[in-house]
Design a protein around this ligand. Structure first.
Ligand SMILES: [Zn+2]
Length: 285
């Protein structure tokens, strides 16, 4: 593990990136996972509903390919490995989620003529197994993680926090320090990855201790990849807590920044973490 040194090479003022969303599988989530029951014991009732597999919704698991004209390819999240099983995911994940593996990101990229070794950088929004589990498919990529997320993954009991067993190789992790990060629009802590404004990392802690989102400059508009700071579009409007929020206040603060961004940028492409309405199949922008 080493700290990330910014900017990454290859930045050029004014460039736009291209974005491809890849659906790499699906999970059937209890409705209580997506929106925590209200009331004083909502979290407890939600966990019971999840374990009993009440009211399930099938949602996509996503990995994003970002193509920078000079710096090359990077991935935002990886999805999970096709060999998903209890040993890989950790039994709590298997208990509450119906897992339906699809075509892994590495195979979808190969079909596009992009080798795994061409992915030099992976941004992980967070360490949950359905976002971070396939990082090992990209053997030369550096893995960018909020320093707080990395630290949380290193302490014991990660399986019970949804991290699974397949975590990024610490030797390839580059930790992102948001303590001296700059504001951008409504986002209070952002990192300009290439120094050209094309890819910004946003601290959106709350779902996990070091959750991060990504803001991209596409040709003609911006794209916000929220990760699990917002599972689906409705949450941005309602502000409803999901079942899993490591810090409820941080989650609400991050969601408020995302809501302020979407209100101020109605033309922006906003892609929540698991929204079948926004990304029901693999597509490019
Ligand atoms: Zn998550």
């Amino acid at each position: 593990m080493r700290p990330l040194e910014i900017p990454l090479s290859g930045g050029r003022a004014g460039v736009a990136v291209r974005l491809r969303a890849m659906v790499v599988g699906e999970v059937a989530l209890s409705t209580a996972m997506l929106e925590r029951p209200s009331g004083r014991c909502g979290a407890l009732r939600g966990r019971l509903q999840a374990v009993r597999r009440r009211g399930r919704t099938v949602v996509p698991v996503l990995s994003f390919l970002v193509a920078h004209p000079d710096a090359g390819y990077l991935l935002v999240d990886t999805g999970f490995l096709a060999v998903a099983g209890r040993r890989i995911l950790g039994w709590p994940a298997m208990l509450v989620n119906g897992v339906r593996p699809g075509t892994p990101a590495v195979d979808q990229l190969a079909a596009l003529g992009i080798a795994a070794t061409e992915i030099r950088t992976i941004v992980l929004t967070h360490l949950h197994w359905d976002h971070a589990g396939a990082a090992a498919d990209f053997p030369v990529a550096q893995v960018l993680l909020d320093a707080r997320e990395h630290a949380d993954g290193e302490r014991g009991g990660g399986l019970f926090r949804g991290y699974g067993l397949l975590r990024p190789d610490p030797a390839r992790v580059r930790t992102v320090d948001y303590t001296a990060a700059e504001p951008y629009g409504p986002f209070t802590r952002t990192i300009d990855l290439f120094g050209d404004g094309s890819v910004r990392l946003l601290s959106t802690a709350g779902h996990t201790p070091g959750h991060q989102s990504v803001l991209l400059r596409l040709d003609g508009r911006e794209a916000l990849l929220t990760g699990d700071a917002a599972y689906h579009r409705g949450v941005i409007e309602s502000g409803t807590l999901p079942l899993i929020a490591a810090d409820s206040q941080n989650f609400r603060d991050s969601l408020a920044e995302i809501a302020a961004y979407t209100a101020a940028n109605p033309d922006a492409l906003v892609v929540p973490g698991h929204d079948p309405e926004t990304v029901g199949g693999s597509r490019a922008w």
